[in-house]
Design a binder for this molecule. Structure first.
Ligand code: F0G
Length: 416
């Protein structure tokens, strides 16, 4: 499998960027019609460029540092990106790898990586002149869409699985002014409905099926590679990340291929993409383990990590080849393992929501079974902030203790 991008002819009305079908190579002008899939074969679309970025072409801070690799100009922004790449020395020691860093995407404006996709996706929506934006969401996408839609002055509609979205995320979507439609079914059904609404022209779809959103998320990869090389003089051997719809996995793979294409990254230097799912929602892991070329949809899904409670990873046709071409893998972890990892991260000051901790739980498992070796430099991606899911945090954390309202009483309690 190639780590380079295919040579393709741009469409006639070429803007320097165009859309290409990953199945049939159909090249389509990007801003003439609203389009999410190939009109000929229904394949997923990817953005292509006349020129691909080099590290030297980047300047500035945050997502828009990478403007040369993005399809629109900086327009709808709340200063997303430029997230920390934390050292976690105790976890690094415990897991026994050459180095371990945590890319904490929870440090974005709305507390998740979705902001990177929205600054680009809502920018495209504005260029297309649409007036209503919509997404299905396990929570974070809805929070980000509500914020960026509000910023751009557009109406936003979010469809959520009722009772399965963490409190912080609903609060965000609500205060940023989205219309919140709660569906009595799971996320995958919400996404089916939103795709229908979009096909009928009722709203502009901003789930990660939208190829422009993944362009913004690609910048996670640029940031990791730049910073890692600055700190260690080399790129990481492996990036471990939680997988839901597999949008990030697809976006990172695209980042690597663009850099290979521009000659900025050798094929041998591409990090191994390693996806982690919760055991109760692991269709990608099933496909990787069985060597399938397609993912089978799981109708029933359950996990405490509600952000990745997804049975039909729509970006699998982009992400599976990425995992295979980079010699990566995928692994499933239990809810108990996720909670342990969430506590371990929090113990080093890194507060993440359960789905994010899946990356560290997955790494731990892959160290135990010897798939990840001790000489590897690893980056774990943590995708959302602890405060997104305060109930999960409180359950995993220590119990408050009740004490009397005077110093003597407090001292006595502490001495007990
Ligand atoms: N981690 C968090 C915190 C997420 O919110 C999501 C996805 C993922 C990981 C998975 O990322 O889909 O790119 O594989 N959340 C979406 C949402 C589905 O609606 O907020 P992926």
């Amino acid at each position: 499998m190639s780590l380079d991008l295919a040579d393709e002819e741009p469409p006639e009305s070429d803007d320097g960027a165009w859309l290409s079908c990953i199945e049939c190579g159909n090249a389509i002008a990007p801003f003439e019609d609203v389009i999410y899939r190939c009109p000929d074969c229904e394949g997923l679309l990817e953005v292509r460029y006349a020129d691909y970025p080099t590290f030297e072409s980047f300047s500035g801070e945050g997502v828009w540092r990478y403007a040369d690799a993005l399809p629109v100009e900086r327009e709808v922004t709340i200063e997303e990106g430029a997230t920390p790449l934390y050292e976690v020395p105790r976890l690094e020691d415990e897991l026994g790898v050459a180095s371990l860093r945590v890319k904490h995407e929870g440090m974005n404006p709305t507390g998740s990586f979705k902001d990177r996709g929205m600054t680009v996706g809502v920018g495209v929506a504005s260029r297309l002149g649409v007036d209503r934006l919509a997404c299905a969401s396990t929570g974070n996408t809805s929070a980000a869409l509500a914020a960026y839609g509000g910023r751009a002055g557009m109406e936003t509609l979010v469809l959520l699985p009722a009772g399965k979205v963490a409190a912080g995320k609903i609060a965000q979507a609500s205060l940023h002014g989205a219309r919140i439609l709660e569906v009595d079914d799971n996320f995958d059904t919400c996404l089916d409905i939103v795709q229908d609404l979009a096909a009928r022209g009722e709203a502009y779809l901003l789930n990660s099926l939208n190829p422009f959103r993944l362009e913004g998320q690609k910048t996670i990869g640029f940031e990791i590679l730049e910073r890692h090389r600055e700190d260690y003089g080399e790129f990481p051997d492996r990036i471990v990340l939680p997988v839901g719809n597999a949008g990030n996995t697809a976006a990172l793979y695209k980042c690597f291929r663009e850099l290979v294409r521009s000659g900025s990254l050798d094929e041998g230097e591409v990090p191994k993409l390693t996806g982690v799912q919760a055991e109760g929602a692991a269709p990608m892991v099933e496909a990787v383990e069985n060597g399938w070329s397609e993912v089978k949809r799981w109708e029933e899904v359950e996990t405490r990590a509600t952000a990745i409670r997804i049975g039909n990873p729509v970006n699998a046709p982009k992400a599976l080849p990425g995992i295979r071409a980079t010699d990566g893998t995928a692994v499933a972890v239990s809810d108990a393992e996720i909670t342990d990892a969430q506590r371990a991260l929090a113990g080093e000051g890194v507060g993440v929501e359960p789905a994010s901790a899946a990356s560290v739980a997955g790494l731990r498992k892959l160290r135990e079974n010897g798939v990840v070796e001790s000489d590897e430099r690893v980056v774990c991606l943590t995708t959302g902030h602890l405060l997104k899911d305060p109930d999960a945090a409180a359950e995993a954390g220590v119990e408050p203790e009740s004490v009397p309202g005077d110093t003597e009483g407090v001292l006595e309690h502490l001495a007990e």
